[in-house]
Each structure stands twice: as structure tokens, then as C-alpha cells.
Ligand binder design. Structure first.
Ligand code: HEC
Ligand code: HEC
Ligand code: HEC
Ligand code: HEC
Length: 401
């Protein structure tokens, strides 16, 4: 498979990747990004812009332009993979999809409407860095990153003006606004041909408002929006059609973006290093080996369930040191003396007896009663997002002792 836009891509091994590198990696004029710095990424304000040279003009079909858009990514690099058949999205698939279908999609522009980043925690910053690297590799033409900088208009070939400032409509150009406002408010905004919201609203169909078409990026990048504009010979918009492209497991991943995500995993894992050195002992959790002497048959039946291999599952996908994953695949993560890492707390890996029955130290000493286990215990981990097919009766049959 050929991924054409990697020819002049950046080296993502560089430790100090920043927005300036991002700019260099972009094929188009993108100077406004030079002014951005990491500290701006935490700012809630959503104001940006961009204008570009349109490189396809020379050989473009005269009457069409595809706008490929994302928005409201909110730091999501990819779905967790807890329910691989149903989950959709992910930067590696997005890149794979665009690159394998480049021909059919051209001429196109690729834009992100904002609300792109995770919170600026240590892990969140690594996510944001991975997003920017992936955007650069994919050749995003514009992204509504947090900044206060204004825009310069540049034109060439098909004249397209992309901005996140409502006032910067340009005469004689195709005007595309990127906005964090909800669709209802955007109906009052005049002068734009296309408005792309990153409010996180799910729109099945675009909303028509005067001459504008309003669309909204699918939450967490689960689907790619494709708005096809019909243009007359002067490059004026005369119609449009829209579709959602799902990004399910049948979409081939781009290995280069996957490498960026792997790099992210390693950085997240490294965050654990210092914490791992703190000894953990004497907490309320014992681990299932301690239950064997009195409950052997239960331990046998548990070992036959997928719960007993839940940590190996994370190791298989390279996520065993990611706190966002570990919390449901172990015992007591985030609690005093609960699971911390395989090194620090090896006996608490996997979903074990005490994930359901609660801490067992007192019980093992004096047989005091443990908490009853009902559906509410399952739902802490079998959430709608992570286990969309969860059905208590059916699932209970598979794990009952
Ligand atoms: C601490 C979190 C947690 C709790 C609590 C929990 N589960 Fe799970 N469960 C998981 C994880 C994680 C997996 C996936 C394991 C794997 O495949 O590696 C799983 C998998 C399963 C599976 C296997 C699904 C399959 O594809 O066959 C069943 C069945 C199941 N759980 C039932 C239950 C029931 C019923 C309860 C409540 C009585 C429950 N679980 C409570 C985390 C939990
Ligand atoms: C809110 C709890 C929760 C979190 C957080 C969570 N998981 Fe899971 N995971 C589950 C449950 C529950 C299942 C079983 C789902 C089912 O079979 O219905 C599961 C199953 C899985 C599976 C097995 C899927 C299969 O059937 O092949 C993988 C892989 C997995 N999770 C990876 C991850 C990764 C990676 C992360 C972090 C990005 C993560 N999980 C975070 C609860 C969670
Ligand atoms: C996925 C959740 C889950 C896990 C993991 C789990 N159990 Fe249970 N267990 C239950 C449920 C549900 C019941 C029945 C309801 C109840 O007693 O609260 C139960 C019942 C029991 C009972 C009482 C049976 C009876 O007849 O009164 C024992 C003893 C027990 N479990 C021990 C264990 C041991 C030991 C382990 C670990 C090897 C374990 N369980 C792991 C959910 C779980
Ligand atoms: C030294 C023996 C011993 C050990 C170790 C032990 N148990 Fe028990 N457990 C018992 C006895 C005895 C009962 C029955 C108590 C009763 O019926 O009052 C029991 C009952 C239970 C029950 C069902 C009644 C209840 O309180 O919910 C569960 C669940 C259970 N044990 C889980 C565990 C788990 C989980 C572990 C390991 C963390 C464990 N036990 C370790 C002796 C033990």
C-alpha cells in the first residue's frame, strides 16, 4: 500500500516536536501556526484560521471540491478496542482511509474544526502531541487550534478562505468557517458557504441556513465527514451533498500514524517509572491466589473466564501501562494499595475475585461478609462505551461460578 503523503513527512522520533515542526511538515502555506506555542494548547479559546494555496487547481475536475472534516476529537487518538466489532474511529484508520482513497476523493481539502485536544495533563499533552503529528502526516490543510492570531488571505487556483473568525469572509472565494459554537447559534452567522462546527453535536444531515451549509464534526473522530461541493466554472458553490465515512476495523491502518500512536504509548508508559518504585503492601486487596485455600472451585471457574486474562489482553495491544486502560482490566486501580503496575503489584493484575466481591483481607481473616454482587458492579466496567453489547443475563451465564 502506498501512503503518498509521507514523502516529505517529519521525523516523529524527534523528542522536541512542536508546532513549528508541524508547520514545516505541512505541504501548504500555514505560517500562522508559527506563532503558536504549547502553552496555548490548554487555553479554552477557540480562535484560529488559515488560508491556503490550493494545489489541485491545475488538474482539478472543475465542478467539485470535497471537504473532509473532523472536529470535537477531544483528545481521542483511537477507540479503546474493548468492542472491536462495533467501535469506529482512530487516527491511523483515518489516515489509511484518506490515503487509499486519495484519487477518488480529489480534489479535497482536509480540515479540523476545533475542540481537538485533551486536557493538558501529562498524558493529555502526549495525546495532543500525537494528534498534531498525525495531522501533519495526513496533510491537514487547516486546523482550528487555540490561538488569538489573525489571518492572512492567500489565493491561488481554486480560491478558498478558511477561517475561525466569523468576520473574515472574503469576497470571490469559497468561504469556510471553523467554529466551536453550537449549530443553533451558527444559523445567525452570515456570509459563509460552509460552516463546520466542533460543538460535538451529532448531525445526520447538514443543516441549510441561507446560502450556508452547516455541518458538525462527529464526536471523538468516530466518523469522517465528507461534504462535496458542486462548483460552477467560476468556482462559486452551487450545490452540495454529504456523507459520513465510518472508520471500522475493515479500514486499513496507516502504519506511519500507527507508529506515532505507539510512540505515544511508550511515553505514557514512561510516566509510570517513578511511581513504580514505591512499594505497595498491606492493603485491603489480596489477589485471587489467596482465596484458593478455601475456595478452590471458584478460582478454577474464574480462571476459565476472560476476566482472568484481562491484563494479558492489554499487554497484547501494548496498553498495559496506560492508566486509562488499566483501570478496568485490574483490581482496585486508583484506590489506596490497588493495582499500580505489573512490577509493583503483580498479584492485582487482571479482573479478579475482588474486582467483583470487593476487598478480601478482612474476610479471609474472620469470614466477615463481602458485598453482594449485582448488575451495578458489572456496569462500573461494562459501560455503554466499553461493552456496548452487555446484557446482564447473557454475560452472567458466562461468568457464573
Ligand atoms: C473491574 C472491571 C470489570 C467488572 C467489575 C466486570 N467485568 Fe466483565 N470484563 C471486564 C473486562 C476488562 C473484560 C475483557 C477481558 C478480556 O477479554 O481481556 C470483561 C469481559 C467479560 C466477559 C467476556 C465477554 C466475552 O466477550 O465473552 C463477560 C461475560 C463478563 N465480562 C461478564 C461480567 C459480569 C456479568 C460482571 C458483573 C457480575 C462483570 N463482567 C464485571 C471487566 C469487568
Ligand atoms: C470502563 C472500563 C474499561 C476501560 C476504561 C477499558 N476497558 Fe477494555 N474492556 C472493558 C470491558 C468491559 C471489556 C469486555 C467488553 C465485552 O466483551 O463486552 C473490555 C475488552 C477489551 C479488549 C478485548 C476486546 C476483544 O473482544 O477482543 C481489549 C483489547 C481492550 N478491552 C482494550 C482496552 C484498552 C486498550 C483500553 C484503554 C485505551 C481499555 N480497554 C479500557 C472495559 C474497559
Ligand atoms: C465478574 C464478577 C465475579 C468475579 C470476578 C468473581 N465472582 Fe464470585 N460471584 C459473583 C456473583 C455474581 C456471585 C453470585 C452473587 C453473589 O453471591 O453475590 C458470586 C458468588 C460467589 C461465592 C458465593 C457462592 C454462594 O453459593 O454463595 C463465592 C464463594 C465466590 N463468588 C467466590 C469467588 C472467588 C474466590 C472468585 C475469584 C477466584 C470470584 N468469586 C470471582 C461474581 C464474581
Ligand atoms: C481462610 C479461608 C477463606 C479465605 C482465605 C477466603 N474465604 Fe471466602 N469464605 C470463607 C468461608 C468459611 C465462607 C463462608 C462464610 C459464611 O457462609 O458465613 C466464605 C464465603 C465467601 C463468599 C460468599 C459469602 C460472602 O461473604 O459473600 C465469597 C464471595 C467469598 N468467600 C469470597 C472470597 C474471596 C474473594 C477470597 C479471597 C480474597 C476469599 N473468600 C478468601 C473462607 C475463606
Amino acid at each position: 500500500m502506498i501512503f503518498p503523503y509521507h514523502q516529505n513527512s517529519l521525523s516523529f522520533k524527534a523528542e522536541n516536536f512542536n508546532l513549528v515542526d508541524f508547520e514545516r511538515a505541512l505541504p501548504y502555506h500555514f505560517s500562522v501556526l508559527t506563532f503558536l506555542h504549547w502553552r496555548h494548547l490548554s487555553a479554552a479559546a477557540l480562535i484560529i484560521f488559515t488560508i491556503l494555496f490550493f494545489p489541485y487547481a491545475a488538474h482539478a475536475r472543475e465542478n467539485a471540491l470535497n471537504i473532509l472534516y473532523t472536529g470535537a476529537l477531544k483528545g481521542e487518538l483511537e477507540p479503546c478496542g474493548c468492542s472491536p466489532e462495533t467501535q469506529s474511529g482512530g487516527l491511523a484508520r483515518l489516515s489509511g482511509y484518506i490515503s487509499t482513497n486519495r484519487q477518488q476523493l480529489s480534489p479535497y481539502i482536509l480540515v479540523d474544526a476545533g475542540n481537538t485536544f485533551a486536557e493538558a495533563t501529562a498524558q493529555g499533552r502526549f495525546k495532543n502531541e500525537a494528534i498534531l503529528r498525525s495531522f501533519a502526516l495526513m496533510g491537514y490543510d487547516a486546523a482550528a487550534l487555540p490561538s488569538n492570531k489573525a489571518i492572512k488571505a492567500v489565493k491561488s487556483g481554486l480560491k478558498i478562505n478558511i477561517s475561525s473568525d466569523e468576520k473574515l469572509v472574503k469576497k470571490g472565494m469559497i468561504n469556510i468557517l471553523l467554529s466551536g459554537k453550537p449549530v443553533a447559534e451558527l444559523k445567525a452567522v452570515k456570509g459563509w458557504d460552509v460552516i463546520i462546527s466542533s460543538s460535538g453535536e451529532e448531525l445526520n444531515e447538514p443543516v441549510a441556513s441561507g446560502k450556508a451549509v452547516i455541518v458538525s464534526g462527529f464526536p471523538k473522530g468516530q466518523k469522517l465527514g465528507i461534504l462535496s461541493l458542486k462548483l460552477n466554472s467560476k468556482g462559486k458553490v452551487i450545490g452540495s451533498s454529504h456523507r459520513w465515512q465510518a472508520l471500522k476495523q475493515d479500514v486499513a491502518e496507516d502504519p506511519i500514524v500507527r507508529a506515532v500512536l505507539k510512540d505515544y504509548d511508550q511515553k505514557v508508559a514512561a510516566l509510570l517509572k517513578e511511581e513504580e518504585l514505591k512499594p505497595v503492601s498491606g492493603g485491603p486487596y489480596l489477589g485471587s491466589e489467596s482465596c484458593i485455600e478455601c475456595h478452590q472451585p471458584y478460582v478454577e471457574s474464574w480462571k476459565a473466564t476472560k476476566h482472568s486474562a484481562a491484563f494479558a489482553t492489554l499487554e497484547r495491544v501494548g496498553k498495559s501501562k496506560d492508566p486509562e486502560c488499566v483501570k478496568c482490566h485490574t483490581v482496585g486501580f486508583g484506590e489506596e494499595c490497588g493495582f499500580l503496575s505489573l512490577k509493583a503489584t503483580p498479584v492485582l493484575a487482571n479482573v479478579q475475585c475482588e474486582s467483583c466481591h470487593g476487598p478480601g483481607r478482612e474476610h479471609a481473616a474472620d469470614f466477615s461478609p463481602l458485598r453482594p454482587v449485582g448488575i451495578e458492579v458489572c456496569l462500573k466496567c461494562h459501560t455503554h462505551e466499553n461493552s456496548p453489547l452487555f446484557d446482564f443475563q447473557k454475560y452472567y451465564e458466562k461468568i457464573k461460578h
